[in-house]
Design a protein around this ligand. Structure first.
Ligand code: FMN
Length: 341
């Protein structure tokens, strides 16, 4: 198995097999099937909401690369008059900077604590709502064609105790998305927030997708982010599925290896969403050809030491993951978390 993995890692540097989950199943007896919001996907790796899912070209590239799903950039909810309680989120900012960021003292398991972060001061979708609906329709077509599961993301206003709920915004924005999607169910990531990051009102919130550096006034990721998220997931400890309602979890934050995917999966995540790892300098990927998403998938799945195949085989060797009907299953990592917890 090890020798095969070394060989695959090497030959796939030029090109990943078109249907790499099928290859992984045939060659290693590993079933990568995962779930995102209850939908079955061929493997757990998707793209998180942000600047990499703003247009149809990016979605086409994701489908070609073999990504499991893409979450669209977050749009700001509005009512039929165009009023938006969260208008402060719709600012325009294009320049992103990929930087190294040291951090982390907690639960990280990899050697070396130098991580990556994307520094960027923008926020939500800053173009007309109608343009977003066009993107949703393009995503719907890719989803229907079975090429890529695409899911919109919406920021709705969360009122303080004394304020009313903005039902007009919820109803209008959600109905528009549902109409654009046409056939139910419409899957959606709901971003529910009373304020901007960095505002005093945000102090009491647990937010998963980025941390906030008050000194530099920027959001950031890297090891501090995964340490925090894994710690929160540890304390959440969902009950076994047989006794609790099904709560789908998807993980995000500093996922740059299969080993980190496993850390989220063990804590109950059925899929993961990345942003930063799709933006590294080309010299950081072992693959020599293909888009950044393809090069990232190559490393995440096939790296002989820290790829998903390697870490699942490692768990099997330690007696921590068993074959079912001859196969190791990605979704069983989660079942294992319940037993351990
Ligand atoms: C430039 C940038 C823009 C982002 N925009 C959004 C957004 O609009 N909505 C959202 O829910 N998350 C957004 N995110 C968060 C990412 O989807 C992701 O959860 C987060 O960056 C952690 O993953 P990572 O460590 O792989 O980058 C953004 C992240 C970055 C770096």
């Amino acid at each position: 198995m090890r020798a095969k993995l070394e060989r695959d890692f090497d030959r796939f540097k030029r090109e990943l097999p078109r249907d790499f989950p099928a290859h992984v199943r045939e060659t290693y007896g590993i079933d990568l099937t995962a779930r995102y919001l209850g939908a079955v996907v061929p493997h757990p790796i998707g793209k998180g909401s942000g600047q990499l899912s703003l247009n149809t070209g990016q979605l086409e590239d994701d489908a070609t690369a073999g990504l499991a799903f893409s979450v669209l950039k977050t749009v700001i909810a509005e009512d039929e008059t165009g009023a938006r309680a969260m208008a402060a989120w719709a600012i325009h900012e294009t320049k992103m900077k990929v930087e190294r960021r040291a951090g982390g003292t907690g639960t990280g398991t990899e050697t070396g604590r130098e991580g990556w972060t994307v520094t960027w001061k923008g926020r939500g979708w800053d173009r007309p709502f109608g343009d977003y609906l066009a993107l949703v329709r393009a995503g719907r077509d890719l989803t229907r064609a079975g090429r890529l599961l695409v899911v919109p993301s919406v920021k709705y206003h969360l009122p303080r105790l004394t304020e009313p709920f903005r039902e007009g915004e919820y109803r209008y924005a959600t109905t528009q998305l549902a109409d654009a999607w046409r056939e139910p169910p419409l899957l959606v990531e709901k971003d529910f927030s009373p304020t901007l990051a960095g505002d005093a009102l945000a102090d009491a919130l647990v937010c998963f997708n980025r941390l906030f550096d008050a000194a530099r006034v920027v959001a950031y990721g890297g090891w501090d982010l995964s340490d925090r998220n894994l710690r929160v997931l540890d304390s959440y400890r969902p009950l076994p599925p047989s006794t609790a309602p099904y709560r789908p979890l998807t993980g995000t934050g500093n996922i740059c290896s299969g080993r980190m995917i496993l850390e989220y999966a063990r804590r109950g995540c059925e899929s993961v969403q990345l942003h930063t790892f799709f933006q590294l300098p080309l010299s950081e990927y072992a693959a020599t050809h293909g888009s950044r998403v393809q090069r990232a998938l190559h490393a995440l799945v096939f790296h002989p030491r820290d790829g998903l195949i390697a870490v699942m085989l490692e768990r099997e060797a330690r007696g921590e993951l068993e074959r079912q009907g001859g196969e190791l299953r990605f979704l069983d990592l989660r079942a294992h978390a319940h037993r351990a917890g």
